[in-house]
Design a protein. Sequence first.
Length: 172
Amino acid sequence: MLRRTFLAAAVFAAAVRKRLRGQSRAELNRMAERQLAETPYKAAEIMKLYSADLVAVLEDPDSSEFMKAKACQRLAVVGDEWTAPAAASLLSDPKLAHYARTALEALPGPAADRALREALGALEGGLLIGAINSVGWRRDPEALPALAALRRGGDTDVAAAATAAIGRIRRP
């Protein structure tokens, strides 16, 4: 399934390159429609799913990045505490981490806080900064020791993000 989706995307990209060299717009539209028809889930269909189905999409290795991103967006609206581990599994994916954090920031209950705290020790670079920001937006006081340690670390960007998150958590 991924190979078919990748092939459709490659055909679409080739059509875009041809269009830039003067190819007809009608051919580009036909190729775009063919690619959309081959996508197993359209955005509107994913945005109608409920938590259990969304978790299944996130855990399915055949789900495309698009499908997982849309599932995370929908989880931000309908997700419960038990969906946090599925979203947290994407925190280390550079392409999907932002979508996973969007879902985790909106989920109720301590499971999302716990998942983000665990990510603070496992991520680095930009992914770590994103997780720090999400912890700050959720105002998780249990993350203060980890954030204080990150603030004293060697990376100035991580230290700045940790300082901002501490400020958000301590703010009344």
